[in-house]
Design a protein around this ligand. Structure first.
Ligand code: CO
Length: 298
């Protein structure tokens, strides 16, 4: 990565951090999920950035990949444990950060477990440390609170224009041999749960991305794919963004189905904790250095 790229990543990190902090005032009982997501996404565009993915608002036992539907009427309830995960793209640089708000005020320890696990991970990350060792530290902190880390969700390396660049930082101790290198950029995202510590796919899919081009039969599918490539490139997009442009629910869902079947796009199903446990999350994007790491989304 050259100096200009690095500067772009630092800028993207600063903006993601600012939008994260500004968004916190919206996380209140009675707020509309759609308003929250759209407001954050609008703020990104106004700053000359783009959403790196649709703003994720995942509640209670939903761990990730939930973004409101088009015309969703869902609102936040007083028992809700709310995870906001947001990412921005600016000049090819990506930044990813998340937090949890406990509207019930009964799950503060669960929120703290993910936050402290993230702090600990940041404290141990430096060039030469194995990613499985970072995962071990995350696991230990979460278990010390009496909860479980989610074993099948992990942090991920980020490169220019590539949000998931292959290498992962697990949330549990593993033998993964990859050792962190100076200049690596990672999103670190511990998830803590009162449940068994695994997520599973639900049938509901709100988020998609371009996967591999192939022939499509329907005219509507071709129009949607052209629109998605032009506006989102390889970045994930929401069905509600497509619906805004192409109105008809019937046509859009038929087209997305065809595109999925042909592997032209891939879907990211909503992820729910298998035993319906509550889930908390904390996330920062960090730059690995020789003697530690720099938190880009501080
Ligand atoms: Co994230």
């Amino acid at each position: 990565m050259d100096d200009i790229e690095l500067e772009n990543f630092k800028e993207a990190g600063k903006l993601a951090a600012r939008l994260r902090e500004e968004s916190k005032s919206m996380i209140m009982v009675g707020e509309s999920l759609l308003d929250i997501a759209e407001t954050i996404e609008k703020m990104m565009l106004e700053e000359g950035a783009r959403p790196a993915f649709p703003v994720n608002i995942s509640i209670n036992d939903i761990a990730a990949h939930h973004t409101p539907e088009f015309e969703s009427t869902m609102t936040l309830g007083e028992e809700d444990l709310v995870k906001i995960d947001l990412g921005i793209e600016m000049n090819g640089a990506l930044s990813d950060t998340a937090y949890t708000v406990d509207l019930s005020e009964k799950n503060e320890k669960l929120v703290e477990a993910a936050e402290k696990a993230l702090e600990k991970a940041i404290a141990v990350i430096k060039a030469g440390v194995a990613v499985g060792e970072v995962g071990g530290n995350i696991e230990d902190v979460i278990k010390s609170y009496g909860y479980k880390p989610i074993a099948n969700l992990s942090g991920h390396m980020i490169k220019s224009n590539e949000l998931h660049a292959g290498v992962e930082i697990p949330n549990i101790r593993t033998n993964d041999p990859y050792t962190l290198q100076e200049g690596d950029i990672f999103a670190v995202e511990p998830f803590a749960t009162t449940g068994n510590g695994y997520v599973e796919d639900l049938e509901q899919v709100e988020i998609f991305s371009i996967y591999s081009p192939s022939k499509v039969r329907m005219r509507q599918s071709r129009k949607i794919i052209e629109f998605a490539i032009k506006n989102y490139g390889m970045l994930p997009f929401a069905e509600r963004w497509i619906r805004k442009e192409f109105k008809s629910k019937l046509l859009v869902s038929a087209a997305l189905k065809e595109l999925l079947q042909n592997h032209f796009i891939r879907g990211y199903p909503v992820l729910r904790e298998v035993s319906r446990g509550l889930v908390s999350q904390a996330e920062h994007t960090v730059l690995v250095t020789n003697d530690g790491c720099e938190v880009l989304t501080k």
